[in-house]
Design a protein around this ligand. Sequence first.
Ligand SMILES: NC(=O)c1ccc[n+]([C@@H]2O[C@H](COP(=O)([O-])OP(=O)(O)OC[C@H]3O[C@@H](n4cnc5c(N)ncnc54)[C@H](O)[C@@H]3O)[C@@H](O)[C@H]2O)c1
Length: 248
Amino acid sequence: MAGPSASPPVAVVTGAGRGIGLAIATRLARDGLRVVATDVDAEVLDAAVAQLRGQGLDVAGSVLDVRDRPAVATLFERLGAVRVAVNNAGRASRLLPLRELDAKSLRDMLAVNVLGSFIVAQEAARRMPQGGRIIQIASRGYLGGAGAAHYVASKAAVVGMVRAMAIELRWAGITVNAVAPGMVDTRMLDDFTPAMRRSLESREPSGHAAHPGTIADTVAFLASDDAAQIQGQVLLVDGGKSVGMPPL
Ligand SMILES: NC(=O)c1ccc[n+]([C@@H]2O[C@H](COP(=O)([O-])OP(=O)(O)OC[C@H]3O[C@@H](n4cnc5c(N)ncnc54)[C@H](O)[C@@H]3O)[C@@H](O)[C@H]2O)c1
């Protein structure tokens, strides 16, 4: 990506302490970017950064709550020209049937998944050079799902924002796209009981949750020069479950 003497382009990844975010930070660092891994959880972040540096990768850590506008602005101000911003930090929760879904659960979900990713995308875009990449981690859940109106609403909002931001930022030479994973094997699945998890996995075309690295591979593609013409898209990475039902 960068010439031998140029300093490597910088990528910021949110929620990079574990799961999909850690896989993305790992992959982008292996691709030669200087990665700033951020997470609200200092303990998991420290462990992740130590692990990546132990592999000889160019990674710095910064504790960051994506809901904290001043902290996000300060980070991007300090970093200067960030080439890639990956908005991965997100929350799920136990399934809550519509009739039991309370305003607080909805608000808490939107605060991280929507407002947080908006703040990061906006602060990144304000300083991003031509060729910049904003990549939002949505979810196949944006298409709908029972017991998850709060999660579905949050991820549908992420997709809506991507489409709006893409139109505005294409004139600045910045692409904005979303990756929408199906079920991925991370701690987020701890919100489900083992029985529920087995049932959900059996409905995946592969029969199991995907490895976080498969999502990182797609993010790496969108972050690369090869994806310069991909703008405002949602890439579903779910083994085809979203395409339709299996044959009878
Ligand atoms: N695991 C799945 O099946 C799946 C499927 C589709 C989409 N996703 C999405 O992928 C993303 C990553 O999920 P994961 O499965 O790796 O989850 P995870 O729970 O393993 O990791 C999420 C990370 O985000 C961090 N985080 C939470 N709130 C934050 C905040 N306010 N500020 C900064 N960091 C915060 C957590 O500390 C954690 O390290 C999320 O946006 C999630 O919605 C996950």
